[in-house]
Design a protein around this ligand. Structure first.
Ligand code: UDP
Length: 312
């Protein structure tokens, strides 16, 4: 197949490009490098089945030739970006998704939206099944991302219902691995970077809020299986092993062998108190569940951060 990946130079997007090429597909990666990084796709330059287009998908997208499937993975996604890039996030979720859906319609291509557990907001139900409608503050600092993705989901379903487009919606929960930005501000790069530098690990609030972390190869396996499925409604992809952020900090310290202390910092506004995917649907529909343990995934990620620390 000839496949487009928007956000293909980002963390998940670049791993997806690798996987698609390994499966024998042709890949057109579109990115404007707002939060993506050419270093993530440097190893693909010159690959006979790989093409890179520098473009902002909030503007009209022109791609020559046939296209079979489009993954719309472009968007800043770190809470730090929510404050730094709020308008860009709303634009890529709304205008960008509209353009990419329009391109899929024009090409008769399948389409997958990268959505998020943030559509559940600060959930009042734990774990979160796909049937949960969420608890989102539309005007809070996270609203720019949550509402952009909720709008993108609504638009995707409208294109499916009105135009018969062959669409998919994946809701990612926290995912981690090599190629995350060191300065991304999210908990995994923050804690690993701090532990490796011997600086204090900054736990926000009292650290009792929970998350679960899915290693990137598992995440991409779920994405690939979802593409091959015929499911149009959202599917959660994430790791159900829930832990507190304080316990996660202690795990990072233990695995890195760091002597860093833990310090407590104010909890950002609307930070979800609990988050854990209900993955029964992915298990039933895709035969998918995570294979890589947190410890193993952290070891690979720590090696990556060691190898790039100090590089631009
Ligand atoms: N967090 C933290 N210290 C940090 C960065 C994040 O305690 O240096 C917390 C944050 O408040 C949240 C969790 O870790 O409760 C996960 O944050 P992240 O930014 O990775 O993304 P989120 O899951 O909130 O979208």
């Amino acid at each position: 197949m000839r496949i487009i990946v928007t956000g293909g130079a980002g963390f998940l997007g670049s791993h997806l490009c690798d996987r698609l090429l390994a499966e024998g597909h042709e890949v057109v990666c579109i990115d404007n490098l707002l939060t993506g990084n050419v270093a993530n796709i440097a190893h693909l330059q010159g690959h006979p089945r790989f093409q890179y287009l520098h473009h902002n998908v909030t503007e009209f997208i022109a791609v020559d030739g046939p296209v079979d499937f489009i993954f719309h993975f472009a968007s800043p996604a770190s809470p730090v970006d929510f404050e730094r890039l709020p308008i860009q996030i709303l634009k890529v979720g709304a205008l960008g998704t509209h353009n990419v859906l329009g391109l899929a319609k024009a090409k008769g291509a399948g389409f997958m939206l990268a959505s998020t557990s943030e559509v559940y907001g600060d959930p009042l139900v734990n774990p979160q099944p796909e049937t949960y409608w969420g608890n989102v503050n539309p005007i809070g600092p996270r609203g720019v991302y949550d509402e952009a993705k909720r709008f993108a989901e609504a638009l995707t379903m409208a294109y499916h219902r009105v135009h018969g487009l062959d669409t998919r919606i994946v809701r990612f929960f926290n995912s981690f691995g090599p190629r995350m930005r060191l300065d991304d501000g999210r908990v995994v790069p923050n804690f690993i970077g701090q532990a490796l530098r011997g600086e204090p690990l900054t736990v926000y609030g009292d650290g009792s809020q929970t998350r679960s972390f899915c290693y990137v190869s598992d995440t991409i396996e779920g994405v690939y299986r979802l593409m091959l499925s015929g499911e149009h409604e959202p599917v959660n992809i994430g790791n159900p092993e829930e832990m507190t952020i304080l316990a996660f900090a202690q795990r990072v310290i233990a695995i890195t062998g760091s002597s860093s202390p833990i310090v407590f910092r104010p909890l950002p506004q609307d930070d979800p108190k609990q988050r854990r995917p209900d993955i029964s649907k992915a298990k039933r529909l895709l035969g998918w569940e995570p294979q890589v343990s947190l410890e193993e995934g952290l070891r690979y990620t720590i090696e990556y951060f060691k190898s790039v620390q100090g590089k631009p």
